[in-house]
Design a protein around this ligand. Structure first.
Ligand SMILES: [Mg+2]
Length: 232
């Protein structure tokens, strides 16, 4: 029985604990509108994504890298002719992202409350260190967690490091998250358990089309379903 196995439960943060991707998409839409004089919005969007993928290994995930990618895309699309006024508007879009309010997703606090006494709860998230710390602090959820891990990436090796740090065997570890690619597959590969909680918007880079079947994989509709699996 899985409930007798699990000792540590790790939660992804963005679009698992709180709203994130819609804020990025709003910023991207505003960016596309700023560049309308140069290119139609879908083309700007495509160019931005190209820049993001080119720089991912250099910048990692998070708002600051996104800001630099917007500026680089603006420069390229405008043939280096864009005004500093426009550059400043792009910087403002990024800074607004760093000040978004925290909106918890449905059921999150209730689930943490119910699991806290029986399991070690941790956060395992990508993104900018300072920004993720700010979100966690403003979420009011900090006291539920035993450990916060802000990871540069979520590949198998990154989870291996986390498990070592937590002194937890994979078969005692359960990861919950909205990204099959980042939150589920690497954990299953290590022999851990993983529960997928879909979010209605997923960044293109995190999307995977294939359906997944694995004995340690739990596809859920909502986070609260994990309570029945672990407690009953
Ligand atoms: Mg996420």
């Amino acid at each position: 029985m899985i409930k007798n196995q699990i000792q540590v439960i790790a939660f992804d943060a963005d679009d698992t604990l709180w709203v994130n991707e819609p804020y990025f998409q709003e910023a991207e839409l505003a960016f596309c509108q700023l560049l309308e004089a140069y290119l139609p919005a879908p083309d700007v969007s495509r160019e931005l994504y190209k820049t993001e993928m080119k720089n991912l290994a250099l910048y990692g995930y998070g708002v600051k890298g996104f800001m630099l990618c917007m500026i680089e895309t603006l420069s390229r699309i405008s043939n280096d002719k864009a005004s500093i006024v426009l550059v400043n508007q792009v910087i403002e879009l990024g800074q607004a992202l760093l000040q978004q309010p925290i909106n918890l997703l449905d059921g999150v606090e209730e689930v943490l409350k119910q699991l806290k006494s029986d399991f070690r709860l941790v956060v395992a998230t990508k993104g900018d260190l300072l920004d993720q710390e700010r979100k966690l602090k403003n979420s009011g959820l900090q006291s539920y967690f035993h450990h916060i891990e802000i990871m540069s990436d979520k590949l198998t090796g990154d989870y291996q490091k986390l498990l070592k740090h937590l002194d937890c065997k994979p078969e005692h570890f359960l990861m919950l998250g909205n990204s099959i690619k980042s939150d589920i597959l690497p954990v299953l590969e290590l022999g851990g358990y993983a529960a997928h909680i879909p979010y209605h918007i997923t960044w293109a880079h995190e999307q995977l089309e294939d359906s997944l079947e694995h004995p340690n994989f739990m596809p859920l509709n909502t986070m609260t379903e994990i309570i029945n699996i672990l407690k009953n």
